[in-house]
Design a protein around this ligand. Sequence first.
Ligand SMILES: Cc1cc2nc3c(=O)[nH]c(=O)nc-3n(C[C@H](O)[C@H](O)[C@H](O)COP(=O)(O)OP(=O)(O)OC[C@H]3O[C@@H](n4cnc5c(N)ncnc54)[C@H](O)[C@@H]3O)c2cc1C
Length: 392
Amino acid sequence: MRSPYFDDGHDAFRREVRAFLAAEVLPHAERWEEQDSVPASCWKLLGERGYLGLAHPRSAGGTDRDLFTSVVLLEELGRTGYGGLRAAVSVHAYMATPYLARVGGPDLCRAYLAPAVRGTRVAALALTEPGAGSDLSALATTAVRDGDHFVVDGTKTLVSNGTTADFLVAAVRTAPAAPGARGATGLSLLVVDTDLPGVHRTPAPTLGWRSAGTATVTLDAVRVPADRLVGRLDHGFYYLMRGLQLERLVAAVLALGGMDHTLDDLRAFLRGRDVGGDALAHRQALVHRVADLATDLAAARQLVHHTAWLYERGELPAVECSMAKLHTTELACRLADTALQLQGSHGYARTSPAARAHRDARAATVAAGPSEVMRDLIGRAVLGGDRAGGSA
Ligand SMILES: Cc1cc2nc3c(=O)[nH]c(=O)nc-3n(C[C@H](O)[C@H](O)[C@H](O)COP(=O)(O)OP(=O)(O)OC[C@H]3O[C@@H](n4cnc5c(N)ncnc54)[C@H](O)[C@@H]3O)c2cc1C
């Protein structure tokens, strides 16, 4: 039966994106994994195809398409089976630059969003610090006003695209945290060019998401022009609360695509692998495990698409975003683990798709808010408590 969420235009776009990724991206993706980065040429190609501006306004060169067009792109990026690539693109287009589009104002949109949409400047989101991940109220990077500049000091870590980004959308402390206040007060968002004096980047390699080029970025008395403030001073937490819902939804959509890839890969193996005179795809014990996972995936897809539909209607479905992220990213781990196991030593080979899926799936239960934080948020909402989220 046809999904109520996608029309013929979405289907045609899916075919177009899939063909593009197969021709222009997949042949090189393994090399990008080895290089721990997505090259400038790929960003430019994605920009030329309009894929970096689907959710952005026409005034910045975007195409302002509906959310389900982005869902198609993200699912197809997931389907490549390269978690680093999908993380890199989604951080750039759906996690860092949306702040510019939403509250950045025309000047920042012209200077940063428009080139990001063209793929000529790469964006990263810098929230996490060595001493502050899940708990944004502990952020310690300071931005002190000095004439026409902010002077920024601190360290950001686990910054995806951090090794290659041209600019960061960074959360900085512009006022001390108010004692006893709910949430993270005194935070602002600032665009920081990575070629400014005092910006030092060190690769911070992770288990998976290799081509996302994760880095630690030290900001040492960096003078950032005051007009790089995104939105209003000290309003960073409010902007992040909205942005983090989209982050979680995007993480869930990417996980769906990743699981499609893992399941396709497993199906091909089980059909093709003959053990004891018969294909593994005929062993009932294995068939049932695959059936359970495929059923879970189908149910997860409905939750994610329903959440996207709520989001598209203008609601901010914080609980559903957390549920979608929690459920899909944890399911992706179970699916990747089973896929690896059922492919025996073939799955365990370092460069096998199953091994990569295993590494990449683990990242998503931590990044954009760990599962435990998602459970906290959901549990509090279910039990009638606070519905606001507060995790990077
Ligand atoms: C591959 C990867 C890419 C990332 N990319 C980015 C990026 O681009 N930009 C960025 O800013 N950050 C990024 N992050 C950081 C990510 O958002 C943080 O890792 C995450 O918010 C958790 O913070 P932490 O790692 O400091 O863990 P901590 O906050 O130290 O928490 C450690 C563990 O404690 C548990 N825990 C934490 N809080 C609670 C709670 N309230 N209740 C119960 N248990 C809890 C969880 O199990 C959690 O995993 C990335 C992380 C990874 C792994």
